[in-house]
Ligand binder design. Structure first.
Ligand SMILES: Nc1ncnc2c1ncn2[C@@H]1O[C@H](COP(=O)(O)OP(=O)(O)O)[C@@H](O)[C@H]1O
Ligand SMILES: [Mg+2]
Length: 251
């Protein structure tokens, strides 16, 4: 496996990753690493390639060229192994509206191969992380958007993935759900999980992320801690950092 060897501290290693949709290049020769236990944010305008990147990492899309190693497994060659390492919360909600929250979790836990006592434990634990206990017996069709999003996050946690991928987990959710989701991310980081998420909200990126990649047009314009990014662009906030970087990369 010599060529596949990665550092023990690296959870995700992106190697010359390119993705094209026909003639449109959505990701352009990206290479970087994400450390174990890191909260890593992807920030950039619509069309930057954030969702494409997460979909490739989640093994839903194939790279056009290059690869991503997840704890040493290749998304290209070992997608089933990668699936065991990751939990993916997509932008779209994948739930059964006529079932209760708990029955949705039970269904997905079965898909993950959980059985018996362990299944029950994992379901209870996931409910606790996203704080849905008081409404878990209600039908999902009666949930708010934020509650559905929290249930989707719970689904992604039950197999205890080491790497969590969340595509705009807080977009369009109510304030209470948003704060529950951000608390869940902090708690999961404390457990040592690696979290990669996208957001348009600079405040939550700044508060939560160890590092942020600023993306536009399939490229990474800058990467670093929130402080590093602001310092290197002499800006007070990440919005301004992005505008300055996008300006100097125009055309
Ligand atoms: N299924 C698809 N087919 C064709 N083009 C796509 C598809 N999904 C995304 N794209 C294009 O790829 C680029 C990156 O999109 P996306 O990854 O959704 O960016 P982001 O999540 O940052 O908004 C955009 O130009 C978008 O139009
Ligand atoms: Mg997107």
């Amino acid at each position: 496996m010599g060529n596949n060897a990665v550092s023990e501290n690296i959870a995700v290693e992106v190697r010359n990753l390119t993705k094209k949709y026909g003639r449109n290049t959505a990701l352009q020769d990206l290479s970087f690493g994400i450390g174990k236990g890191e909260i890593f944010g992807l920030f950039g305008p619509n069309g930057a390639g954030k969702s494409t990147f997460l979909s490739i990492l989640a093994t839903i899309l194939k790279p056009t060229s290059g690869d991503i190693m997840v704890n040493g497994y290749s998304v290209r060659e070992q997608p089933d192994k990668v699936k065991g390492e990751i939990g993916y919360v997509p932008q779209d909600i994948a739930l059964y509206p006529m079932l209760s929250g708990r029955d949705n979790l039970d269904f997905w836990a079965g898909i993950y191969g959980l059985r018996g006592k362990l299944k029950k434990e994992r379901i209870e634990e996931a409910i606790e992380v996203v704080r849905l206990g008081d409404r878990i017996k209600d039908r999902v069709s009666h949930y708010s958007g934020g509650m559905k999003r929290r249930l989707n996050i719970a689904v992604s946690l039950m197999h205890h993935p080491k790497v969590l991928l969340m595509d705009e987990p807080t977009v369009g959710v109510d304030i209470q759900s948003r704060s529950f989701i951000l608390e869940a991310l902090s708690a999961l980081k404390k457990e040592g999980r690696t979290i990669i998420f996208t957001s348009h909200y600079v405040d939550e990126l700044e508060t939560l992320c160890d590092r942020i990649a600023i993306m536009a047009k399939g490229r990474i314009l800058a990467m670093g801690s929130p402080d590093e990014l602001k310092k290197s662009s002499a800006a007070d906030d990440l919005e301004t950092v992005m505008l300055k970087l996008a300006g100097s990369n125009a055309g």
